[in-house]
Design a protein around this ligand. Structure first.
Ligand code: UDP
Ligand code: MG
Length: 313
């Protein structure tokens, strides 16, 4: 027998839990009629929900105690922490991660299983081929982010790839070996390597509730991703510094020559102020970049746990 563990982060998703479970059970029933050597378990991670999410999960756990397990956090630690907790608790030969809002279609699972078991891939993920139903500005910045990160980071990230994926135990162990505190899973999944296949599918709107990621959260998340997976911004800061030094030297030479030819009339204070402001701006900008990295190091060296568990079954 082979076991598939399914890790499901849930934050205020009371309306989706039982719908999700029913859809998954239906799909597995079919899958197991073709592959009778497959077993599955659910690992719901309640990320400090304030609604009835945990009650819903507990109800399922009582109904189906051999398959349904859960971990409940003491507060909201974020989706990345929930992933990590789920992967650490998983026992399966294969592990899937997916959202509970049914935006990650269960019907894709048989194809993912086949990708790993029949075609020999280590990871099979899903890639949205469109962004329908998403605000235009969000799509625009998402595309820009992927262009930028692929330009400056050695870890390549594919546009539209969701976290929804099935992985072998070997891949999960590699991911768990990455001990960093700041976990940007899009980068981590790609950093570990392995033979990966992406299945395309059309975007689906979530079943109930709203997305937890608004524009500002996503913007911050992508900035964190850049800092976590590239040091190019630091080089940009140095190059901007070198560039402004060269400009300043050219300026000095210009002023000296002008003095020698035309004497020294007192004028140009306005341009002087603009230049001082400009240089000050560049300095603050570069300091900000350096600060962002120092902030990440600070969080890293404190060695705080990624999450605190309140209840587990
Ligand atoms: N989620 C979580 N913790 C959070 C935010 C979200 O565990 O702090 C879960 C959420 O319950 C869902 C998944 O992460 O199962 C994806 O969240 P959402 O659907 O809001 O994101 P989107 O699909 O809009 O990117
Ligand atoms: Mg969603």
């Amino acid at each position: 027998m082979k076991l598939i563990s399914i890790v499901i982060p849930c934050f205020n998703e009371a309306g989706n839990i039982s719908l999700y479970y029913l859809a998954m059970e239906k799909m597995y029933h079919k899958l197991q009629s073709q592959r009778d050597y497959l077993n599955h378990e659910y690992i719901f991670v309640d990320d400090g929900s304030s609604d009835e999410t945990l009650d819903e999960i507990e109800k399922l756990q009582e109904k189906d105690p051999s398959k349904v397990h859960y971990i409940s956090f003491s507060r909201n630690f974020g989706k990345e922490a929930a992933f990590l907790a789920g992967l650490q608790a998983s026992k399966g030969d294969y592990v899937a991660v997916m959202d509970v809002d049914l935006q990650d279609p269960p019907e894709m699972m048989p194809m993912m299983v086949s990708g790993i078991m029949d075609e020999g891939y280590d990871i099979v993920g899903c890639r949205r081929i469109d962004r329908s139903g998403e605000p235009i500005i969000r799509s625009f910045f998402a595309k820009l982010f992927y262009k930028f990160i692929n330009l400056i980071s050695k870890t390549k990230m594919v546009d539209g790839v969701r976290d929804y994926r099935l992985m072998t135990r070997q891949v999960v162990n590699a991911i768990l070996q990455m001990k960093e505190y700041n976990r940007f899973s899009k980068g981590i999944f790609s950093w570990v390597g392995f033979k990966t296949k992406y299945l395309p599918y059309k975007n689906i709107e979530r079943k109930s509730g709203k997305s937890h990621f608004n524009f500002w959260k996503l913007l911050n998340y992508s900035l964190d991703g850049i800092v976590d997976f590239s040091d190019v911004p630091l080089s940009i800061a140095s190059f901007v510094g070198i560039g402004s030094c060269i400009l300043a030297i050219l300026g000095i030479i210009f002023v000296i020559i002008r003095k020698l030819i035309f004497g020294d009339p007192v004028s140009g204070w306005a341009s002087l102020v603009t230049i001082i402001l400009f240089i000050g701006g560049i300095q603050l900008f570069c300091l900000g970049i350096v600060g962002k990295y120092i902030g990440r190091i600070y969080l890293e060296v404190k060695h705080r746990p990624n999450y605190v568990i309140k209840k587990k079954k």
